[in-house]
Design a protein around this ligand. Structure first.
Ligand code: MTE
Ligand code: MO
Length: 158
């Protein structure tokens, strides 16, 4: 390859990089709206939303944990979601329906970090839906534990 074509390839590559909002491998979460449109969230877009701390016990860890991430309702608003029901899909193909009402009634966090450490797919990441379990006795129930989706990668508006 001559210098000219090498330079053109570089220019094309840079142009592509600047118009692509997020590289596929950087996308942590995809939200499909009722119209079939997909909103993609990389870590940067998730961190651009107001971040909140939620300190709570969980049903699968010992002691109290500090979770950090955006509120689910802010995340859904950012994606333009208005439906009453969502399907949450995890890396391990776990799938469950979530009532959007949960997120207006409670400060549910789409946790990106636990105790200051980034959640990785190896450890409940990239996103773990965390309910304020310690604050509301009705949330201390297996019925809600099902909704603590870990390894969340996709939400679909129903
Ligand atoms: N990604 C994912 N999230 C999940 C599950 C799962 O299998 N995969 N199980 C759910 C269920 S049934 C419960 S009770 C809680 C705790 O599940 P665990 O004890 O298997 O961690 O997480 C929920 N979130
Ligand atoms: Mo469960």
């Amino acid at each position: 390859m001559n210098t000219f074509s090498r330079r053109m390839l570089l220019v094309a590559g840079l142009a592509l990089a600047s118009i692509t909002p997020a590289r596929a491998e950087d996308i942590l979460l995809t939200i499909e709206t009722a119209s079939g449109q997909e909103e993609h969230f990389d870590r940067e877009r998730l961190l651009a939303l107001p971040q909140h701390e939620l300190v709570t016990h969980t049903s699968v860890t010992d002691g109290v944990q500090t979770f950090t991430g955006p509120f689910m309702r802010d995340l859904l608003a950012e994606a333009g979601v208005t439906a009453e029901t969502l399907t949450a899909i995890a890396l391990n193909d776990y799938q469950i329906e979530l009532p959007a009402e949960d997120f207006t009634r409670y400060d549910v966090v789409a946790a990106l970090e636990m105790n200051g450490e980034t959640l990785t797919p190896r450890d409940k990441g990239p996103i773990w839906i965390v309910y304020p379990r310690d604050e509301f006795v009705e949330l201390q129930d297996i019925y809600y534990d099902y909704r603590w989706v870990w390894q969340l990668v996709r939400l679909e508006e129903q």
